[in-house]
Design a protein around this ligand. Structure first.
Ligand code: SF4
Length: 483
């Protein structure tokens, strides 16, 4: 059953009892969120705004598996359905049928700020002076505490612990202005990373922080307009990529079309480099760079920087595959599928027993004895975070008969946490922040360990270091962090 929103209430009928994300051994940085929005000029029964948002979110599922939600406007009111779980677990046909309207926004979430619970799911929908607003946010503000305090002195109350609610309150604070002007004021106040899709009863708005840390792009679909975290979501719903939303820009879409306001012109851009390394889908193009090509080029560059005698290159699927192909190409070695991934392993939400937990990485990956047996193997992965998974995979390859296992990593050592919307573990959990390369090599029990250099990584991306945030490697944060 759907719910109409009477006040700033979080509405959902979905499960709040599932312990999300505790059942798998994850040894990767985790993207926080994916956002999607559509303004449809001519919705039809078969394929309306809610359905399009559903498939858009489905394409963005890799960006967040803990909760999902869709809000839809029919021009008079906004309806919302959201809950804990994967898109297909939360939003089913009966809900889609009830979500009637021509404007929709959607959100998938992996929690960082605010923790994992129903009350923190998105979109947020609330009433303000000029009507109703729906809000979906990808990123993380770094001045939430200060803004929360300031808003509280004006009488704001908060029912969630997310920075998205801070944005909502900020917007309400400027409600005497028209939406675009209120948002422009919010953008000046908000420090940090944000890609927002916002809806009122009659318009869809996209906003990106002044350095463009988190991605957001605009597409068109038979006279309608779409906003999405990644271009692959546009492809999935049949939309044509128009352009990226510029850092510091507000894009407004209504019945008159698209208009833009460049609120802040920052000379410094800081696109998250980890999107190209791991987070984004390889078939996405973000800020002019195709993710697959970038990963393949990083693999080539890595091969140029390494000098390893081996029989074959394998990848840790899937995120290491494009780099492994590039590596093999450059090194003149065969690329083989030495590790197979169980393609049906996702977040199952089944509480594992200790015995199952111990199986760990084996639930996901299996070494192919017939491929790696008796061979010297170069194993390419996109990154090492805590090193525990790498260690198990090296072990697995040796048990399958590999005579040597060399690990080549298509990103530099990850030493620093992210404050811009990525769950990176605490600094002391990042193996490269506490161990030197030789110690990590010993820890994971590889015959050798190699990382791409910072310079090599930037060269592979070809657009200049000044356009990226690479703080998790360098510790140089483009937006000041008070820690
Ligand atoms: S610190 Fe790392 S993960 Fe965070 S935005 Fe910067 S590059 Fe991306």
């Amino acid at each position: 059953m759907l719910h109409e929103i009477d006040d700033m209430q979080v509405i959902s009928e979905c499960r709040d009892d599932i312990a999300c994300g505790e059942n798998e051994e994850e040894d990767k940085f985790k993207e926080e969120c994916g956002v999607f929005g559509i303004f449809m000029n001519n919705p039809d029964e078969e394929y309306d705004a809610a359905n399009t948002a559903f498939y858009g979110l489905y394409a963005l599922q890799h960006r967040g598996q803990e909760s999902a939600g869709i809000a839809v406007s029919d021009g008079h009111k906004i309806q919302l359905h959201k809950g804990m779980g994967l898109v297909t677990q939360v939003i089913k046909t009966p809900q889609l049928k009830e979500l009637k309207g021509n404007i929709a926004i959607g959100h998938v979430r992996y929690s960082t700020t605010g923790g994992s619970s129903l009350v923190n799911t998105q979109p947020l929908v609330f009433h303000y002076l000029n009507g109703m607003v729906g809000l979906a946010h990808n990123g993380n503000l770094v001045n939430t505490v200060e803004l929360r305090k300031r808003l509280a002195t004006y009488g704001s109350v908060f029912q969630t612990t997310t920075d998205t609610e801070v944005v909502a309150n900020l917007l309400a604070r400027y409600s005497q202005d028209v939406m675009e002007d209120a948002l422009a004021k919010c953008m000046i106040d908000m420090k940090g990373a944000f890609a927002l899709v916002i809806m009122t009863e009659d318009r869809l708005v996209g906003v990106r922080d002044q350095m463009g840390i988190r991605p957001l792009c605009l597409g068109s679909l038979n006279g309608s307009y779409v906003l999405a975290s990644e271009s692959s979501a546009l492809d999935t719903v049949g939309a044509r990529f128009v352009r990226d939303v510029n850092p510091g820009e507000i894009v407004v879409i209504d019945k008159d079309g698209v208009r833009s306001q460049q609120v802040i012109n920052s000379p410094r851009k800081a696109h998250c480099i980890f999107e190209y390394i791991y987070f984004a889908r390889p078939d996405s193009t973000l800020d002019g760079i195709n993710v697959y090509q970038a990963r393949r080029e990083m693999g080539r560059q890595l091969a140029r920087e390494c000098d390893i005698e081996a029989d074959m290159v394998i990848s840790v699927p899937d995120s290491g595959t494009a780099a492994a192909l590039g590596y093999a190409e450059e090194a003149g070695l065969p690329f083989e599928e030495g590790l197979m991934k169980n393609r049906y392993v996702g977040r199952t939400f089944i509480q594992p027993t200790q015995k199952i937990r111990e199986l760990g990485v084996r639930l996901k990956l299996n070494a192919v004895e017939e491929v790696v047996g008796g061979k010297r193997v170069i194993m390419v992965d996109d990154s090492i975070v805590r090193g525990t998974t790498s260690k198990k995979i090296v072990q697995m390859l040796r048990e399958a008969g590999a005579t040597e296992v060399h690990m080549a990593v298509a990103s530099p050592p990850t030493k620093y946490p992210c404050y811009y919307g990525i769950d990176t573990s605490r600094r002391e959990e990042l193996i490269a922040s506490t161990m030197a390369q030789g110690e990590i090599e010993k820890f994971i029990e590889a015959d050798s360990l190699h990382y791409i250099s910072m310079e090599g990584m930037f060269n592979a991306l070809k657009t200049g270091e000044q356009n990226f945030c690479a703080a998790c490697f360098s510790g140089s944060y483009p937006i000041k962090i008070d820690v």
